[in-house]
Design a protein around this ligand. Structure first.
Ligand code: T4K
Length: 390
């Protein structure tokens, strides 16, 4: 709960006043469903003494996720990053793969970690997603695939990327870490490309504490990913694939099942939060909230604003002022993967081909939302923003 009245700049914490919130207001506070049901599920797991290695709860979780998304296979994993790595390997990607730089670092790392070069293509400033024309310009004889990201849960340019991949004989997959439950042309995200990767990290709208999955309609791909997540074992004593340990523990699947039932409630709170932000921030000079298209079934996981170049105060000053109030807004995904050390080493001049990414990286703020954030909290955040840009 906010605890002070703000009438002007002198009431702000950056100017010596007490912070608006006694406890931090987070962007990624976990949404948690029925705690009693989770505790019961945990007791059963302990009684059964089957804790991991494709246990019954994981199998139920996989069936429920596949049904919810209308996809043939869900291969549950220990987190989204390992799920990306396994999908990349199972698809046989090598050499160069085109990705956005405007994404969480895991998208690029999952390639780099396996000796594949992520080649960064620029984004469309309106959607924040890969610009297919920029992708086309990055295709070389070494390119083997494209990873689109449905950033903020807004679908990537799925059709155009499919067309491009088909034309050039490239594999296409999607990082759908933000897009659980969202749709593209009335089909759930999860059904596009060769496969799509989900994250169920604690900070995601739908979480299994840690967790992730690859979903696909390709039987062969699903079968090879199942082997790869379990060291390549095909029965006792027989390894037929290179593999790793990507298994989801039973406890995480239990959390996932409880939260899957609660998902409609989480989305409706996020939608309400988004609408309150939209009302409170309307007509605020220099700050604009990104839109969601109703027909894409947005999950409203992220409340993203852009600070205009001519705003009275810079994005970084706003972030500093919000943090002083205990509002832990984030600059996701500043400064762009291409400006992080491992990728500066590989592509020292990447920025010149990424003008939209560069521009956006200096503008974006992600504001707190989720079931832990109330209408009052949002009104207070908006009041502070209004005073800041005044
Ligand atoms: N692809 C994309 C596009 C992604 O965004 C991600 C992950 C991945 C792939 C990889 O999926 P995973 O391997 O993670 O399954 C967070 C998350 O750790 C990460 O999952 C997420 N994207 C990314 C966007 O955000 P950080 O480093 O910003 O997290 P952190 O620790 O600063 O936490 C964020 C906020 O949430 C803080 O204010 C604290 C709060 N929080 C966090 C946790 C873990 C809580 O209140 N409770 C908690 O339990 O990366």
């Amino acid at each position: 709960m906010p605890k002070k009245t703000i009438r002007g700049k002198k009431d702000l914490a950056v100017n010596g006043a007490p912070p608006a919130f006694a406890e931090p207001l987070h962007v990624g506070r976990p949404n948690i469903g029925d705690q009693e049901r989770f505790k019961e599920a945990l007791s059963s797991i302990l009684e059964r003494r089957w804790l991991t290695n494709n246990g019954p709860v994981v199998q139920e979780f996989e069936r429920d996720i596949a049904r919810f998304l209308g996809v043939k296979h869900c291969v549950a994993m220990c987190n989204g990053t390992i799920a990306l790595e396994i999908a990349i390997r199972a698809l046989g990607l090598t050499s160069e793969v085109i990705v956005p730089s405007w994404t969480f670092i895991a998208t690029a790392h999952a390639l780099h970690w396996q000796g594949i070069t992520p080649v960064f293509a620029d984004i469309d400033p309106l959607t924040h997603n890969l610009d297919p024309e920029a992708v086309r310009q990055k295709i070389t004889p070494h390119t083997t695939g494209i990873i689109g990201v449905h950033l903020w849960g807004r679908p990537a340019a799925v059709d155009a990327l499919h067309e491009l991949a088909d034309k050039h004989g490239l594999k296409l997959m999607f990082d759908a870490a933000h897009a659980f439950g969202c749709s593209y042309h009335s089909r759930k995200i999860g059904n596009f490309g060769a496969c799509e990767v989900l994250s169920f990290h604690a900070t995601k709208i739908f979480n299994s504490m840690e967790g992730g999955a690859v979903v696909t309609n390709d039987d062969e791909l699903a079968a090879s990913m199942r082997l790869m997540r379990n060291f390549g074992f095909s029965g006792y004593d027989n390894v037929i694939y290179p593999g790793t340990n990507g298994k989801m523990p039973e406890m995480n699947a239990a959390m996932g099942l409880v939260n899957l039932d609660a998902l409609p409630g989480f989305v409706s709170i996020n939608r309400r939060n988004y609408q309150v932000y939209a009302e409170c921030l309307a007509n605020l000079e220099g700050i604009s909230l990104i839109d969601y298209n109703q027909s894409d079934d947005p999950n409203y996981q992220y409340v993203v604003v852009e600070v205009a170049g001519d705003c009275a105060i810079s994005r970084d000053e706003i972030i500093a002022a919000l943090h002083a109030e205990n509002i832990l807004a984030r600059k996701y995904f500043w400064p762009g993967c291409h400006r992080m050390k491992p990728y500066v080493d590989i592509h020292p001049h990447a920025a010149k081909d990424l003008p939209e990414t560069e521009r956006l990286a200096d503008k974006v703020i992600v504001l707190p939302t989720g079931t832990g954030v109330s209408e009052n909290d949002i009104e207070e955040v908006a009041t502070i923003l209004r005073v800041l840009v005044d």
